[in-house]
Design a protein around this ligand. Structure first.
Ligand code: ADP
Ligand code: MG
Length: 699
């Protein structure tokens, strides 16, 4: 490619004056020829067919008609005026209507001149009308570079108002192709293009804008999607490789006292096969000499904590410290209590540091951390503060990754001269396809097996009108000695209303269960009050916990076997699944009851059905991804998958897999892309890496 010409400022393109250039820059972010080229159409219209007016159907899609205007008039309406034109062909009559830009249209449209019009029709008062049609005199229409499929570009209102319509963009695109003809070079190696039967780059780019046939359009899309995903995968894989080569990690060779003693004498249960496998994977990483960056995925209750602890023991055995960071104070405290209990008969020094640690305690911790008296530090974000200095941090475990950003991960890296090993644990299963794109730079371990003896949680959906039956059920369970969660939504926008719902709910439950002790926990409580209430529930002093989603993450009370979720339609799937995961932790049969009103959207119905149908977090995650798209899934914001210009992470799943497969295959054979046949890849990759955004370069 001749980089120069594609880097030409958009102002230089024939047909783009200073005004248009400004608009293109401001509204569409188009600064250069290349940017324009990368403005891919949103969709295509099939303009192969012309309709007669008497063939038009109500509710039809966009149609193309040839005819002429016989008369134009202004019609007063409630607010302002609309412009209406009579439009006829040899079979009938219809109307064209404009609400905006009337003056320009009046001055420019010609009466009794044949036009090709295109747009959606409405049926009103026995007549078809077409608001804001695209129009072109038949004479002009014949001169244009014609394609069967008409590209439609995303446009903004402002652009359309200022005369940069789809047609204008189309014309600019034609001009662009004229000026850049023969200046494209291919961006994928011959090996790949041959193997995947991809069309050449120039042909793909041309057909994406001017499809010569359905078939060529499909090929163009495939090629560009593949390319986009391929370079993302290549980047992720290379980053991962470099991390392993360059970022030296501490070598933990010893499996020593702590690990062995715990494993032999204090392990409270037999590890599951999956836990053993993951610990092995982590051990291998820790001994490899490279810094570990591993993501541990495991559904709620799959037993990640013990894996974290045993990994930390490996660090301690090699003379290092470890830390564990949790997203909330409640969770940090819970981890602390769990680990202290697990280490009861060992002389491991475990400390807790959170935002509410008192100054004195803090000072003590800072000191002991620096002189190495603390082995394991557990806490919240407070761990990230600069004042928190370790003598020798060897392993940092982050629980519930999606709550923390990349920046925070990076902060942990700097807690030692050589970056400590990082283990990120998440209970939100991420669909494999997404994980590949989000965390391509992390290695992934999966705990795909629950500890034995767990009965699957029975999940049902009940309408609010059946509340009394639900209350009766709760009473029975409490009689059997179980504990119950009742969760209310709490979302930012209607905090007050939610708070009221929660309080109303609490009161009605207090009335319904006069003999029971009830805890209440919500986000607006002071943290000591929260802890106090949580504690009472954990110790079994209260039977019912009324709460907002603050209990979502990680809380572990094995005796709690009923989870009632109020207004369940207001929760997302992954959140519902997380909440459900609070029960089913003991040996008893557990239940999850999703309460809703009768009015439910389609998506809500799918969510509820999914929840009642399966306990499998990965299955749920796939549905979630399909419902919400990647944009709303935590973590995607930072990952770049949202910046995809043409591929769709959900729909183009197969292409993504293929792109990853090929990227891996190539790197395996030629890690530095130094072979002659991969020259194109190396060059393009270097440009991609330099420009950060692949589409700044690869077209
Ligand atoms: P999560 O993966 O959600 O963090 P936890 O580590 O909190 O799960 O474990 C959930 C519960 O399962 C805890 O009570 C823990 O003690 C128990 N557990 C973990 N592993 C096993 C096992 N292999 N066998 C029996 N119980 C286990
Ligand atoms: Mg956990």
């Amino acid at each position: 490619m001749n980089a120069n010409i594609l880097q030409t400022p958009i102002d230089y393109l024939k047909g783009v004056g200073p005004n248009r250039a400004d608009l293109l820059r401001k509204e569409l972010g188009i600064h250069t020829y290349q940017d324009l080229l990368n403005l891919f159409p949103n969709r295509y219209l099939d303009k192969t067919r012309f309709y007669k007016i008497n063939e038009l159907q109500r509710n039809s899609a966009e149609v193309q008609v040839v005819g002429k205007i016989t008369h134009i008039r202004s019609v007063e309406q409630k607010r302002g005026k609309r412009l209406v034109a009579n439009f006829i062909d040899d079979t009938g009559k219809m109307e064209l209507v404009w609400f905006r830009g009337q003056k320009w249209i009046r001055e420019n449209l010609k009466i009794n001149t044949p036009y090709v019009i295109f747009g959606k029709t409405n049926w009103f008062n026995g007549l078809f009308s077409m608001p804001h049609p695209e129009m072109e005199p038949v004479e002009e229409y014949k001169k244009q570079l014609r394609t069967a499929m008409q590209p439609i570009y995303s446009s903004t209102e402002k652009l359309a108002k200022s005369g940069i319509t789809n047609r204008v963009i189309n014309k600019l695109m034609q001009q662009l192709f004229i000026e850049t003809k023969g200046k494209f070079y291919d961006t994928l190696s011959e090996e790949i293009t041959t193997e995947l039967k991809l069309i050449p780059k120039a042909e793909a780019v041309f057909n994406i804008h001017f499809p010569q046939s359905q078939e060529l359009l499909a090929k163009a899309q495939f090629r560009l999607k593949f390319e986009e995903l391929f370079y993302i995968q290549l980047q992720l894989l290379i980053k991962n490789m470099l991390q392993k080569q360059k970022i030296k990690g501490f070598v933990f060779e010893e499996i020593g006292q702590n690990f062995s003693e715990f494993y032999k004498n204090h392990l409270p249960f037999e590890l599951t096969g999956a836990q053993k496998r993951v610990i092995k994977e982590i051990r291998a990483d820790l001994g490899s000499g490279a810094q570990m960056n591993r993501l541990l995925q495991g559904d709620v209750g799959s037993g990640k904590t013990i894996v974290a602890l045993m990994s930390m023991f490996i660090a301690l055995d090699n003379g290092f410290q470890a830390c564990l960071m949790a997203p909330t104070e409640i969770l940090a405290i819970q981890h602390y209590n769990d680990l202290v209990e697990l280490c009861e008969n060992l002389d491991t020094n475990i400390y807790l540091l959170t935002g509410s640690s008192k100054t004195k305690a803090r000072r003590e911790i800072h000191e002991k951390l620096e002189n190495g008296e603390i082995d394991i530090l557990i806490g919240t974000h407070a761990l990230l503060e600069d004042k928190v200095k370790f003598k020798n941090l060897g392993l940092a475990v982050i629980d519930e990754q999606h709550r923390f950003g990349v920046a925070q991960r990076a902060k942990l890296w700097r807690k030692n001269q050589v970056p400590p090993h990082i283990l990120v644990m998440t209970a939100t299963p991420i669909p494999r396809t997404l994980a590949m794109s989000l965390y391509g730079d992390l290695d992934i371990s999966v705990i795909d097996e629950l500890p034995p003896g767990r009965k699957p949680i029975k999940t049902v959906h009940r309408y609010d009108s059946n509340r009394l039956k639900v209350f009766a059920f709760i009473k029975d369970e409490i009689k059997k000695g179980r504990q119950v969660y009742i969760v209310y939504p709490l979302i930012q926008e209607s905090e007050k209303m939610d708070y009221k719902d929660l309080m109303d709910g609490y009161e009605s439950i207090a009335r319904e269960f006069p003999d029971q002790q009830i805890s209440i926990v919500h986000g607006q409580m002071k943290s000591d009050a929260k802890d106090y209430e949580m504690d009472r529930f954990v110790r079994g002093e209260t039977q019912i916990m009324v709460a907002t989603t603050v209990i979502e993450v990680g809380v572990n009370v094995p005796n709690a076997s009923v989870m009632i979720i109020e207004s369940a339609e207001r929760f997302g799937l992954s959140q519902l699944h997380q909440l459900r995961g609070r029960v089913g932790r003991g040996a008893e049969q557990s239940f999850c009851i999703l309460m809703t009103g009768h009015k439910l959207s389609n998506d809500s119905k799918i969510r509820l059905e999914t929840m009642t149908a399966t306990n499998d977090g990965f299955e749920i995650a796939e549905v979630d991804l399909k419902l919400r798209g990647p944009g709303d899934i935590m973590g995607t914001q930072q990952s770049g998958v949202l910046n995809l210009k043409i591929a769709d992470i959900v729909k183009d799943n197969q292409i993504l897999k293929s792109a990853r497969y090929h990227a891996m295959k190539i790197l395996k054979e030629d890690p530095n892309l130094s072979m002659e046949k991969n020259k194109v890849l190396r060059f393009t990759y270097s440009q991609v890496a330099k420009h950060k955004n692949i589409w700044n370069y690869i077209s």
